[in-house]
Design a protein around this ligand. Structure first.
Ligand code: UD1
Length: 417
């Protein structure tokens, strides 16, 4: 199992390019199931979750080919088996994204109940409720979700809570439904918008993505398209925090500053200097940062996927910060590990009180989920001495060549196999 060994205490400086967004790529790849014609997706990040999704689609009979420039062509001429087996779904919860497209295209789907990150219960009831409202029959049997529908019918669906993949599943299913579907209380995440743009390029009629009401007029068929995935806002945010935490100065190219308002604000508040252009973001620091409170919320609020990284930053900031997690129930697993590096953090329910300490000290820590791993790498960059981050496979699910990119910025980090 790979581990990362980090010698802390280096100020990050320089320029790196942002990769394509994992959370936009995954639903966009599953959109290929909606048409018999080729969907060509570019700017696809080289990540373990992407490989898992491609394996899942290939297993269903989708023809997958790749070029060297991170382009993927998918052709779902025939779907042999509309099934997502446990072995693949357990390693990646986002596999549930095949449910909507398969039901719409094949009239049936069998998807194992998801596993994935260990961050709370993460049920899929809203996905199922949406499909049922569109006329699908849903059953849970032997650990699998079975869905059947001759042809889905347009419906008005009000989500009980904001769910990103839930919104995406229903949106994709509705593109081939009979009539118009309206999703109320829809997720407004930029990745939902990116998926809507891709679907529209395939001939779908999706309106309102980015607002909390999305309207989809069903079509008889969709066609092939070429689509370029948006840049990863969480990777961008993670590198910005890495620079802020090490007192550094970086510039990220190929970025989307317009989808990072909440994160930029939370970096400015404690004293970092953030500047932006149409497709770049730069950050400079001027001395130690002060503690910053964060409260996670659906977009455009502060992203839960950035919470752990800010906790690493707060652990060495001046003063005390309150970090509140409102999206997931069990997303403080990084706290125990940060404490092993010397952080002073108390958790009560969904609140964490982080008292800034003068320095962290390197130790061996273990990654428990994707974003928790990122916070441990950041902590390792800040800490005095050597930090070893174990179980890096979590990190490889969502960060492309993280050690290469950090090395380019001057970090002393290496992967040990
Ligand atoms: C997506 C992102 C993930 C991010 C999360 C929140 C992808 C592939 N993953 O995950 O990185 O952390 O959004 O921004 O895009 N819930 C229910 N019932 C449902 C669906 C969700 O109760 O049917 C709850 C979940 O348990 C959770 C909350 O709603 O507490 C938000 O989850 P959701 O937005 O669905 O997260 P994902 O789409 O899985």
């Amino acid at each position: 199992m790979d581990r990362l060994v980090i010698e802390g205490g280096v100020r990050l400086a320089g320029e790196v390019a942002v990769s394509g967004a994992k959370n936009a790529t995954l639903p966009i790849l599953t959109a290929a199931l909606l048409t018999a014609e080729p969907l060509t997706v570019s700017n696809v990040p080289h990540l373990r979750d992407v490989t898992t999704m491609l394996n899942l689609l290939a297993q269903m009979g989708v023809a997958v080919s790749m070029d060297e420039r991170l382009g993927v062509e998918l052709t779902a001429a025939r779907i042999a088996e509309p099934v997502a087996p446990y072995e693949l779904v357990k390693t990646m919860r986002a596999s549930v994204l095949v449910l909507g497209p398969l039901t719409a295209r094949c009239g049936e789907a069998r998807v194992s109940l998801p596993g994935g990150c260990a961050i709370g219960l993460r049920p899929v009831d809203q996905h199922l409720k949406g499909l049922q409202a569109m006329g699908a029959e849903v059953a849970i049997e032997h650990g699998y979700i079975s869905v059947r529908a001759k042809r889905l019918k347009g419906a008005r669906i009000r989500m009980d809570l904001v769910t990103v993949t839930g919104t995406e599943n229903i949106m994709m299913a509705a593109t081939l439904a009979d009539g118009t579907t309206v999703i109320e209380n829809a997720a407004r995440e930029p990745e939902v918008v990116d998926l809507a743009h891709c679907l529209n390029a395939m001939g779908a009629r999706v309106q309102g993505a980015g607002s909390d009401v999305i309207t989809i007029e069903g079509a008889d068929r969709l066609h092939g398209a070429r689509y370029r995935v948006m840049p990863d806002r969480i990777e961008t945010g993670t590198f910005l925090v890495a620079a802020a935490a090490t007192g550094g100065s970086i510039r990220l190219t190929g970025a989307r500053p317009d989808v990072l308002d909440a994160v930029r604000e939370k970096l400015r508040e404690p004293g970092a200097h953030v500047t932006t252009g149409p497709d770049w973001i730069a950050l400079e620091t001027n001395g130690a940062l002060s503690a910053v409170n964060v409260r996670t919320a659906p977009y455009p609020g502060f992203p839960t996927d950035m919470q752990a990284q800010f906790m690493a930053l707060d652990s060495i900031a001046r003063g005390t910060a309150l970090v509140t997690e409102t999206v997931f129930e069990n997303r403080f697993m990084h706290v125990q590990e940060l404490k092993r590096l010397g952080a002073d953090i108390e958790v009560e329910g969904n609140n964490a009180v982080v008292k800034g300490v003068a320095h962290l000290d390197g130790a061996t820590v273990m990654a428990t989920d994707l974003r928790a791993s990122a916070s441990l790498v950041l902590a390792g960059l800040i800490a005095r001495g050597t930090t070893t981050v174990d179980r890096v496979y979590h990190l490889d699910r969502g960060y492309e060549r993280i050690e290469e990119k950090l090395s380019k910025l001057g970090a002393r980090i290496r992967r040990v196999r």
